[in-house]
Design a protein around this ligand. Sequence first.
Ligand code: DX5
Ligand code: ZN
Length: 223
Amino acid sequence: MTKVAPSILTADFSEIGKTICDVIDWGADWIHCDVMDGVFVPNMTFGPKMVKDMKQAMVKGAKKQVPFDVHLMITQPERYVEDYVKAGADYLTVHQEATVHLQRTLRLIKSYGIKAGVVLNPSTSLSTLDYILDDVDSIMLMTVNPGFGGQKFIPAMVQKIKDLRKIVDASGKDILIEIDGGVNMNNAKELAEAGVDVMVAGSAVVGAEDPVKVIDYLHSLSR
Ligand code: DX5
Ligand code: ZN
């Protein structure tokens, strides 16, 4: 079963607590939070306070508790690891391109007892992962250029997912493969079969006419 991590990026932030509970009701496995600093990506969203408040909204109001998957699109993410741990991140994912000492940053995240993720932009080579497989719980591939919801999936990423699947399988390690950007009902089957464990889906879920149907469909897919 493919896990679904709806991104709340395109939601109305003035009623985000309710949206979090709704998305969990619809069947979300994780909640994907997109943190943007306006420097690493040409857009801004929110910081640790918002993540903390969203987590509280889940604890208080949702029917079940799911992991918070925090995607940091910020430069030098190592500066804020502790803040996001305190805010309640369960998976904290940093961009390979945004931190000079990637292995140190991943070790720092894991030192707090939460899961560490690394994410690669579409143009970043998988070879950058060669020496950090011991240090990650999840690897996310951006399948659009980060910064905005609702963009078109980049077709060349299908091969990248397949290549990453081979690397993870050959390593024998328990590492989740996650993709982020442009996932929809039309391309999800091919992406699942390419080897994805967790699909982030923003506009395809939040704002869909029938979000339960979309999540059920993504759940029905497998590698
Ligand atoms: C883009 C974000 C994504 C985005 C996905 O920078 O990291 O998580 O919200 O949105 P969709 O699914 O609409 O491409
Ligand atoms: Zn994201």
